[in-house]
Design a protein around this ligand. Sequence first.
Ligand code: SAM
Ligand code: SF4
Length: 318
Amino acid sequence: MIDNFGRKINYLRVSVTDLCNLRCSYCMPEQGIDKKEHKDIMSLEEIEEIIRVSAKLGISKVRITGGEPLVRKGLVPMIKNVSGIDGLKELTLTTNGILLKDYADSLKKAGLNRVNISLDTLDREKYKKITRCGKLDDVLEGIRAAKEARLLPIKINVVLIGGFNDDEIEDFVNLTIKDDIEVRFIELMPLGEASSWPEESFISNEEVINKVSRLIPMPFKGHGTVARMYKLPDSKGKVGLISPVSSHFCTYCNRVRITPDGKLKSCLHSSQEINLKGANTRELERLLIEGMMSKPSKHNIGAFHSTQTHRNMNEIGG
Ligand code: SAM
Ligand code: SF4
């Protein structure tokens, strides 16, 4: 579907739960969140139907996210059903990687193409600190399991946080030398828990180029591309810079999002939502078209210009 600003909307991100087994300090409150009643979250069957109708409307790429998607019971059979939907070319998942060692193989067999794994530090103590409870070794095991299961190429998401992991930029970039992985640095957005964080926490992705000047820019692919790609000379992998704050990519944005309670968000930073929960197939089609066509031309967040969404990232899914 082409929206009012000539953008082809072909990418759907579905947050299947707002619950998580970690408490990353920029994302979730320390005490966690109240568990919603069953009736208030979408069933996996409802999610499948939304994906099926979206595919008819031209969605060809779906990302399953959360909260932590792997804590949602029944996810693997749902992925199996979804992977068979006509028109879907890419089915991916974003995870913190903690449970990946248990699920990588069955996810691949169910038809998942690949995974993005979030990892903000390579230091055990710092990992525990930022996630408030996570074990780095679980994620590293998860990455290995994803490789063995051939959920490739593996992308590692690193949220850049001033004073926390800017001293590890080079270490993360160096992971791409021998491994065919993509390390993606993401600018911290002033959203949810991070909206009250101090100025120094928000650093631009320019810092990556400043710190690792031997990175070579790769050709820009245009539509749907949110990452500016770079490479080290002779490296197997790549480095992506995703800069939602310092350089908006709204002109190329091809995505819409669904929250666990069934709200369609056509822009991450807008408060505008359309309720899909309870809609039948015909209504879903109409509501999805309405949502895609009402996608705003751009948002205007900056490091200190806060988002208009009232939701935390664990509900939206990144
Ligand atoms: N739990 C899964 C994970 O961590 O990969 C999936 C959901 S998580 C909300 C998706 C992505 O959003 C993660 O890479 C996370 O680091 C990122 N994220 C969360 N809050 C953010 C913020 N304020 N700014 C930028 N990225 C954020
Ligand atoms: Fe959980 Fe992902 Fe949020 Fe961390 S970033 S608390 S892993 S949802």
